[in-house]
Design a protein around this ligand. Structure first.
Ligand code: SF4
Length: 484
């Protein structure tokens, strides 16, 4: 059953797919403020454009100036919202969220936006990122009477805002930003305001745009483009933006000593048509491919991509090397989130459902295949076998990222270190494991050089363990955490 206007009674996904062999983005957020606009539909289309950032649940909260209404459920955006539900969400302010869980399990109650009543009225929250001192904060809050409905770290923020309710909302948020450590891009909704917040390091992206007389805020600029908004700029690290009937205001709540934008957004997560923090994603990816070709000039007949994530870098490799780019693997674009996994003896079919090799392109060729990253290595070995079965004479794998050797604590599911193949094995061992003739990773130096004078503004912790924000470990204080 689905419900709106409160915490929904919602459905679990029917068939969970096996853990993918890629890092997974946790969330996408979208918000709009606009009088005389259909804000629920604008948010619906914005979330559609951000669907790649989370496929487990979706939700929209809308305010008409007096009350905040909510609808959320497990599933993809078009599964969660019908025409009728969007019609019910009438107002001039909206925030939306698509989620894939890393903290807090995949459960309906963890779907966002979270909407609460507190001393000053109603507050809704959509969060992208991970709070790193969650254990301490939850412990402090529960010991002084806070009650948590969900297992997400996002609920801690709402509780903290409520704690500071003797202050204005901006002041309360600024105080929260001192307490909360880690990665967060936030959208908040009250009866009268839309508020955007970005953590002081700027881990997760957040852009603001203009739409008619109103404003739109989104995780990626591709969502601004989708709804016809013009990007104004990125929300700055440590910035709070408040939009209401008095206009738009910016507060630099915390000064940013060091920026740490997630470099994996550029390698894999973000859509190629997005622009973030001054860089066009597709241009960066193409340059990664060119840099790979400079670092590893392999003597092959064709360059192919693992679509779609490796395609732009593969074209860059082809540009730089002069070796022709060919479509050697065709992607099935209709594989959804919940297809039934093939049984053990049908595993190869699982990969072939997603990717089909083009025999006439590959047969007799020396092939260089470009992909964005290698996490566990399980899918790559199946793809390489498919290429060889099609008659590829030699197969080389180029990756447009350095080896992923550390887990992410800032909102990306990169698997545990014990599951990361590059943390456990040498390049030679991985090469043998996946069955390639050569395995080449883009160097971290080569990757950072693409960003020129901004090269120090990125988090690279999953490649070198250089975590910009300390990771607090759960102690006894963690024992109250619910597990769904
Ligand atoms: Fe991004 Fe890796 Fe840093 Fe996580 S650890 S924020 S995935 S660069």
């Amino acid at each position: 059953m689905r419900a709106s206007g409160g915490f929904s009674t919602v459905n679990m996904p029917e068939n969970r797919i096996e853990k993918p062999d890629k890092p997974r983005e946790e969330c996408g957020i979208f918000g709009v403020y606009g009088k005389n606009m259909d804000v629920s539909r604008i948010t619906y289309y914005g979330l559609y454009a951000l669907q790649h950032r989370g496929q487990e649940s979706a939700g929209i909260a809308v305010s008409d100036g007096k009350k905040v209404m909510l609808h959320k459920d497990m599933g993809l955006v078009p599964e969660v919202f019908s025409q009728e539900q969007l019609d019910k969400l009438k107002g001039h302010i909206a925030i939306g969220h698509v989620r894939y869980s890393t903290t807090g399990s995949s459960h309906p109650i963890n779907a966002q936006p979270l909407v609460f009543r507190y001393a000053k009225g109603t507050l809704g929250l959509a969060h992208n990122g991970n709070i790193t001192n969650i254990w301490d904060l939850r412990s402090q809050l529960t010991s002084t009477g806070s009650v948590f409905q969900s297992t997400t770290d996002s609920e801690v923020i709402v509780n903290l805002v409520a704690r500071y309710s003797q202050n204005t909302l901006e002041e309360a948020l600024a105080k929260c930003m001192i307490d909360v450590k880690g990665a967060y891009s936030l959208l908040l909704i009250t009866e009268t305001s839309l508020i955007a917040v970005r953590d002081t390091y700027g881990f997760r992206p957040l852009s603001i745009g203009k739409l008619g007389d109103g404003y739109v805020v989104a995780s990626e600029s591709c969502a601004l483009d989708t709804v016809g908004a013009t990007k104004l700029r990125d929300v700055g690290p440590g910035e709070i933006i408040i939009i209401n009937d008095k206009g738009i205001r910016s507060i630099r709540a915390l000064s940013s000593r060091k920026k740490a934008h997630c470099i994996f957004e550029y390698i894999y997560f973000a859509r190629p048509d997005s622009e973030m923090d001054g860089f066009q994603i597709s241009q960066v990816r193409r340059e990664m491919g060119r840099q790979l070709a400079r670092e590893y000039p392999v003597d092959v007949d064709i360059v192919v991509a693992v679509p779609d994530s490796g395609t732009t870098a593969a074209r860059g490799y082809a540009d730089e090397s002069g070796i022709p780019f060919e479509e050697g693997l065709m992607k099935n674009r209709y594989i959804g989130r919940t297809f039934i996994q093939p049984s053990q003896d049908m595993r190869e079919m699982g990969v072939r459902l997603k990717l089909n090799p083009m025999k006439h392109v590959l047969e007799g060729k020396r092939v260089l295949m470009v992909d964005d990253s290698l996490v566990r290595g399980t899918t790559s070995s199946k793809i390489v076998k498919m290429l060889r079965d099609c008659g590829a004479r030699e197969v080389y794998l180029c990756l447009s990222s350095p080896p992923v050797v550390k887990s992410c604590h800032y909102g990306i599911d990169t698997s545990n270190e014990s599951e990361l193949v590059a943390a456990q094995k040498s390049v030679e061992q991985i090469k043998n494991l996946i069955g390639v003739d050569g395995l080449y990773y883009l160097s971290l130096e080569g990757l950072l050089n693409i960003f020129a004078k901004d090269r120090d503004n990125f988090c690279t912790a999953c490649f070198n363990g250089d975590y910009p924000v300390e990771i607090a470990k759960p102690g006894n204080s963690g024992k109250f955490m619910l597990e769904w």
